[in-house]
Every structure is written in structure tokens, then in C-alpha cells.
Design a protein around this ligand. Structure first.
Ligand SMILES: NC(=O)c1ccc[n+]([C@@H]2O[C@H](COP(=O)([O-])OP(=O)(O)OC[C@H]3O[C@@H](n4cnc5c(N)ncnc54)[C@H](OP(=O)(O)O)[C@@H]3O)[C@@H](O)[C@H]2O)c1
Length: 218
């Protein structure tokens, strides 16, 4: 299986990259600091820079892509004050990475996905659920709700082309983003998520699932 994962140098993306490599997948990763033309399958991509995504799309071409994992994401508004926090540039930056970046990544790799009738996995978050709304982190929550909506609409549009789209919560994972309170090791999240991606089909396209397979909200 040929896989491409965005933001694969650290965190959940790195764990997914390692798990795919360990089972013999042909795995490609993107990283902001990767060198152009890296022979080991690394592609230099900043998802807020359309030129880097255009370069990725051009170098990838129509090579069949079985699985695209849109993992790159940021969470920069944790703990902010409703009175003084959430500045407009933080909204713009977060939506550029977590929403626009996902759409532009999918768009750049559509020829490869079409060639393989591949699958798209989007890392959203349970914090994007509007059924569970404990408050705070307005920017991150809104961005993850938006990317859930994006994924569900992509699932509708790409169904006729045989491309399934799943949206996932990886758990509260011990990464730079997850922080010290997190309770799921990255390798466990990656193992569970790969099982979800393997099970994704046109019958389940548009699903919003926890890493353990439970539908969200749970
Ligand atoms: N950890 C959790 O508990 C948790 C829970 C729910 C959802 N998620 C979601 O899971 C995904 C991965 O989270 P994580 O915990 O692994 O986060 P992380 O440890 O902070 O890693 C984030 C990754 O995204 C990449 N990235 C950030 N901005 C980028 C940009 N502009 N262009 C390209 N790549 C960029 C980073 O690349 P650099 O190395 O270049 O910075 C890094 O590889 C995110 O979408 C996150 O929202 C995480």
C-alpha cells in the first residue's frame, strides 16, 4: 500500500509513519523542513503555503495513492481568555493549517487518489463535536468542526469516484500538542487509527470515529 502522511516528522504523524513502514507500506511523509527531492520519501510541505502543495502535486503526479492522511495541525489558543484572547491572526493561522491546508492537500493529490481509488483520512478532534461543547479553545474547536464538515462533504463528492473519506479523533495523545495530561501513547493511537483507515470503505465514508472505533459523539 502507498501512503502519504502530512506532518510526519513528529507526534501522531511520526507514529503513523513508523507503523506504516513497519508493516511494509511504501510510506511518504511531509515535513516543513524536508529537503526537496529527498530520496527517502520526504516531501517539503508547509500546508499554509500553496506553492509547496503545488510542488507536491506536480512531483507526485498521477502515481496511485492508496491512503492520504491529513494529520498536520496546530492548537495555539489553549487556555486563552474570552475577554482578551483569541486574536484574529490566531484564527487566520489556525484555519490556514487545520482547514484550508487539508483542502489544498487533498486537491493537490486528487490525481493519485483517483488512480488508486484511494482513501482519505482526516485528523479532526472530538473537540470539533458540537454535541459536546464544554467551552473554551474556540479557535481550535471551530477549526476541527470545520474540517469535519469539509471531510463529510468531500465524502459525498468523491463517492462516485470510489474515494472514501473518514474523519477521526486520535485520542488524547502524548505529543507536543497533547501535553502532559494526555493518556494515549502515540504508538497506540497510530495502531488503532491504522485499523480504522484499513476498515474505511465507501459504505462507511463520512464517518467520524474515535481511534478505538466508537462513533463521535460518544
Ligand atoms: N495530541 C492530541 O491529543 C490530539 C487530539 C485530537 C486531535 N489531534 C490532531 O492530531 C493531529 C496531530 O497532532 P499531534 O498531537 O501529533 O500534534 P503535534 O505533536 O503538535 O505535531 C503537529 C504536526 O503538524 C505539523 N504542522 C504544523 N503546522 C504545519 C504546517 N503549517 N504545515 C505542515 N505541517 C504542519 C507539524 O510539523 P512541524 O514539525 O514542521 O512543526 C507536526 O508534524 C493534529 O491535526 C491534531 O489537531 C491531536
Amino acid at each position: 500500500m502507498r501512503v502519504l502522511i502530512t506532518g510526519a516528522k513528529r507526534g501522531i504523524g511520526r507514529a503513523l509513519f513508523d507503523a506504516c513502514a513497519a508493516r511494509g507500506d511504501e510510506v511518504h511523509g511531509t515535513a516543513r523542513e524536508a529537503a526537496s527531492g529527498d530520496p527517502d520519501g520526504w516531501h517539503p510541505v508547509d500546508v499554509t503555503r500553496p506553492d509547496t502543495l503545488r510542488m507536491l502535486g506536480e512531483s507526485w503526479g498521477a502515481k496511485p495513492l492508496d491512503l492520504l492522511v491529513c494529520n498536520a495541525g496546530i492548537y495555539i489558543d489553549q487556555g486563552e481568555s474570552i475577554d482578551t484572547g483569541y486574536p484574529s491572526d490566531a484564527w487566520a493561522e489556525t484555519f490556514a493549517v487545520n482547514v484550508t491546508g487539508v483542502f489544498l492537500t487533498v486537491q493537490a493529490l486528487l490525481p493519485g487518489l483517483r488512480a488508486a481509488r484511494g482513501r482519505i483520512a482526516i485528523l479532526s478532534s472530538a473537540m470539533g463535536s458540537d454535541a459536546r461543547a464544554p467551552g473554551g479553545s474556540y479557535i481550535y474547536r471551530a477549526s476541527k468542526a470545520a474540517v469535519l464538515n469539509l471531510g463529510r462533504n468531500l465524502a459525498t463528492d468523491l463517492r462516485a469516484e470510489g474515494i472514501a473519506v473518514g474523519i477521526y479523533h486520535p485520542g488524547w495523545v502524548m505529543t507536543d500538542m497533547g501535553g502532559s495530561g494526555a493518556n494515549v501513547p502515540p504508538a497506540v493511537s497510530a495502531r488503532d487509527l491504522l485499523a480504522r483507515f484499513d476498515a474505511l470503505s465507501l459504505a462507511t465514508s463520512g464517518c467520524f470515529e474515535n481511534h478505538d472505533g466508537q462513533p463521535i459523539p460518544f
